[in-house]
Design a protein around this ligand. Sequence first.
Ligand code: COA
Length: 167
Amino acid sequence: MVTHMQTPPIAYCPGSFDPITNGHLDIISRASRVFGTVIVAVAESAQKEFLFALEERVELCRTVCAHLPNVEVQSFSGLLVEAASQAGASVIIKGLRQALDLSHEGPMTYMNRSLRPEIETVFMLSSPECTYISSSLIKWVCSMGGEIEAQVPAAVAQRLRERLGKA
Ligand code: COA
């Protein structure tokens, strides 16, 4: 018997999203069926050189998540756990494509837990068709004129072709 109602948890889904891919969308859309709200959190600076400016990465995320009513898109800077906490999130959600991802994510997860033990990191395994997708591979293929329609939504493919000179 349910004795009290709990507020559905807010999940914070961080990343560079340079640009958002079908792999990210796979995780975001599946998370949106589990959590009350999913906040796609676009990192201002992830110690990387970006192809797309922060505003463009946010805009593309908003465009391709528009059909998911409980998904919001925000940008953040500074520590992930502080941004997640400020947004009211109790969960950080990350996708795992293969074992290698876990060795990358593990240390960050332990560090984040040490900083903010009340925020739980939850991993979702990527769908099989998404396990090979990465933003940098897509940019590489697109820059050489290759087809990228199977890996990114149409709006992203168009923007990539415009940016990488293969429109
Ligand atoms: N499907 C497909 N690809 C995915 C994916 C998924 N579900 N999830 C991630 N990827 C890919 C990305 O496309 C990216 O590919 P690329 O390297 O080819 O471009 C790669 O995985 C890494 O993703 P990215 O979003 O760049 O993650 P990251 O591991 O660099 O971490 C933050 C990004 C924002 C989470 C991290 O930098 C961070 O927490 N920053 C805040 C500062 C902070 O708190 N630091 C201390 C942390 S302990």
